[in-house]
Design a protein around this ligand. Structure first.
Ligand code: NAD
Length: 432
């Protein structure tokens, strides 16, 4: 089919490339000229495992452009995958989505389905449909369908090609059938539901996961106080099929472009409708506090950070991505710097983006060894494999004072007991 995708971020580009890999002719549109130029050379502007390779394989079916009119004019299906960031009051900023909706309304010259993949509050698809119908220039039939995205950054290609489910929210039979055809080559359960249900499935799913993380983090915090071990506790919980063993890792809280904004958006939506969603509000509050957990722990070892050399391992919000949105590093590093610390950062793919936030005063290190050599303190913020596989003896050998505060529980306590490293992690007793 002839498909257009608006937005070539983590969702749009992965969607476009995966659809092209199944033989659809896909035109990916973005307003960012630099990004488009990079993609026109066959290069992915974002880091996502497997994406570059699949993009190279599928180039015959891919076009990258800023010319939205040309792309939307005769597309059978147009996906909207632009951002819906958080506004100051917690609600979702829909201006990018509406901008695309306007561009579509002014461009299309044939019947088509507009598919909203961006995460949007319940009821938005109805409004987009009315908006497009009001603004459309040509007398063609434009359907609007909701098709929320569930991919995780770091595993986005795999998640798209082998989705847990494909949710298709429609009010008419026709767009439902067209979308089933689009996804014909994808092996995944396809759920056709009401548009508002589709929008809610996305928020309810994301917010449940955020809730799960905040719940485990609160249990971890209590474990530290009462002398239990969170790793043993979550292992024991995970055997219960009703709970499941996924998403039970404790740490310094969730980040990224989705959980923080999607929890706040649902909370906002509930309040706007004179309703309360107390569990989600609690998840948000717990997560805000959890981000400061390592800094609070550091105060056990140092009164202040003046002139301390502090190594920060990992600056992305999770491993497998170069994305820094709502990453713990963006909260912790400024606190260290304001207090006079010399900060060295190591991350395998996130440092270029981190430099945009902190172009000065930070030492960027090529290796973990370089970051920790002579350091008085080490904070682990992202559980990269390189960190998990790092020889822990080296902390003892290379650091000035071997104090490792691990916000992601990368090591077992037994590993650390064989060293002289002071190791303080989340939900477990400190070692040494
Ligand atoms: P992103 O910020 O990475 O990318 C958005 C892209 O849209 C940018 O490249 C931007 O230049 C482009 N854009 C803006 N206006 C445009 C326009 N008028 N025409 C064409 N392109 C335009 O965003 P993302 O992380 O891919 O998220 C997109 C949506 O998907 C959001 O609603 C998000 O909540 C949702 N989502 C994201 C994830 C994720 O893991 N990132 C997962 C599921 C759902």
């Amino acid at each position: 089919m002839k498909i257009a995708v608006a937005g070539t971020g983590y969702v749009g580009l992965v969607t476009g490339v995966c659809l092209a890999s199944k033989g659809h002719d896909v035109t990916c549109v973005d307003i960012d000229k630099d990004k488009v130029e990079i993609m026109q050379k066959g290069v992915s502007p974002i880091y996502e495992p497997g994406l570059s390779e699949l993009m190279t394989e599928s180039l015959a079916h891919l076009t990258f452009t800023t010319d939205y009119q040309g792309a939307y004019r005769d597309a059978e299906v147009i996906f909207i995958g632009v951002g819906t960031p958080e506004k100051q009051d917690g609600s979702a900023n829909l201006s990018y989505v509406y901008k695309v909706a306007k561009q579509i309304a002014e461009s299309v010259e044939r019947d088509c389905v507009v598919v909203v993949k961006s995460t949007v509050p319940i009821g938005t698809n109805d409004k987009i449909e009315a908006y497009i119908h009001d603004k459309q220039k040509n007398d063609v039939k434009i359907y609007v369908a909701s098709n929320p995205e569930f991919l995780s950054q770091g595993t986005a290609v795999k998640d798209t090609l082998h989705a847990s489910r494909i949710v298709i929210g429609v009010e008419d039979k026709v767009p439902g059938e067209i979308l089933k055809n689009v996804y014909d080559g994808f092996e995944a359960p396809k759920l056709v539901v009401k548009r508002r249900s589709a929008e809610m499935i996305k928020y309810a799913s994301n917010d449940f996961l955020a809730l799960k993380i905040s719940y485990v983090n609160e249990i971890a915090n209590l474990c530290e106080i009462v002398g239990a071990d969170i790793e043993e506790v979550t292992d024991g919980m995970g055997y219960d099929a009703r709970i499941g063993n996924k998403f039970l890792s404790s740490g310094i809280g969730y980040g990224g472009s989705c959980f923080p904004k999607d929890t706040k958006a649902l909370n906002w939506l509930a309040n706007f409708n004179d309703n309360e969603i107390r569990t989600i509000r609690a998840a948000i509050e717990v997560n805000e506090n959890q981000k400061f957990k390592l800094i609070k722990k550091a105060k056990k070892y140092y009164d202040d950070f003046l002139f301390l050399n502090v190594a920060v391992l990992g600056c992305t919000f999770k491993p497998g991505t170069d994305d820094l949105r709502e990453a713990a590093s963006l909260v912790n590093v400024p606190l260290l710097m304001e207090d006079g610390a010399h900060v060295r950062v190591w991350d395998p793919v996130g440092m270029e983006n981190f430099k945009k936030h902190f172009p000065e005063k930070i030492q960027y290190c090529k290796t973990i060894e370089e970051a920790i050599t002579g350091a008085d303190l080490c904070l682990i913020l992202t559980e990269w494999d390189e960190v998990k596989q790092f020889d822990v003896q080296k902390y003892e050998e290379l650091m000035n004072k071997a104090i490792v505060l691990d916000g992601r529980n990368c090591y077992t306590l037994d590993q650390m007991k064989n060293t002289k490293v002071i190791y303080d992690s989340i939900g477990r007793s400190a070692v040494n």
